[in-house]
Design a protein around this ligand. Structure first.
Ligand code: 2DT
Ligand code: MG
Length: 213
């Protein structure tokens, strides 16, 4: 029987390079697969929030400061946006397709804790989602991040928010499946490191659901 796909999550601060690297990994996997004569895509990219989904469109308006939303409600919308992709992730993995995901529930928890929402409540709404085979945490130093340019115009893109998220994110770490990527290096160096981690992941172990975050 063909082996299952992997579900890999990229997390990290803004300007850590995670979005670029997630796309790059998908490209590399698909290139290698095509070279091996496989006609179908071997990996797909996914990102949260999915600003095109019914719920993600509202989140997008909030982020662009076009509408205001109650923070509890927003937290649940981010979770609900992920649950909209629950089946798709599971089916892709079952069909042998790797799902590479730019942000996941760890961003959800980190940003909501940074805003001061109650911890137990915040950590509960993503329980039941597919459990990643690996969370690649893109660790970028504040100095290098600053060199990569200023913040954008969106609601959460402030140095105050980034500092708070930076303090919370490492507390979510679970060494059983989190891997730290040194994101200070140039694109090519980080790309190699990401691919090295990817190649070592185990496709034989059963695919699980998140029981806690
Ligand atoms: P991007 O800049 O990656 O589009 O993210 N966020 C994200 C949350 O507050 N909760 C979540 O669950 C997720 C996935 C992080 C848009 C912003 O949304 C924040 C930055
Ligand atoms: Mg952003």
């Amino acid at each position: 029987m063909a082996s299952r796909g992997l579900f890999i999550v990229f997390e990290g601060l803004d300007r850590s390079g995670k979005t670029t690297q997630a796309k790059e990994l998908v490209k590399t996997i698909n290139q290698k697969s095509a070279e091996a004569g496989n006609p179908n895509p071997a990996a797909i990219i996914m990102n949260f929030p999915d600003r095109q989904s019914v719920i993600g469109k509202l989140i997008d308006q909030y982020l662009k400061k076009e509408i205001d939303l109650d923070e509890h409600s927003l937290h649940l919308m981010f979770s609900a946006d992920r649950f909209l992709k629950n089946q798709m992730i599971r089916e892709s993995v079952a069909n042998g397709i790797d799902v590479i995901c730019d942000r996941y529930c760890y961003s959800g928890v980190a940003y909501s804790l940074a805003k001061g929402l109650p911890e137990t409540w915040v950590r509960s709404s993503d329980v039941g989602l597919p459990k990643p085979d690996a969370v690649l945490f893109f660790d970028v130093s504040p100095e290098v991040a600053a060199k990569r340019g200023g913040f954008g115009q969106e609601r959460l893109e402030t140095s105050e928010m980034q500092k708070k998220v930076a303090a919370v994110m490492p507390t979510l770490r679970d060494d059983a499946f989190w891997k730290t990527v040194n994101a200070d290096g140039d694109m090519e160096t980080v790309e190699k490191e990401v691919f090295r981690i990817y190649e070592q992941l185990d496709r034989q172990k059963p695919f699980e659901s998140l029981e806690k975050i």
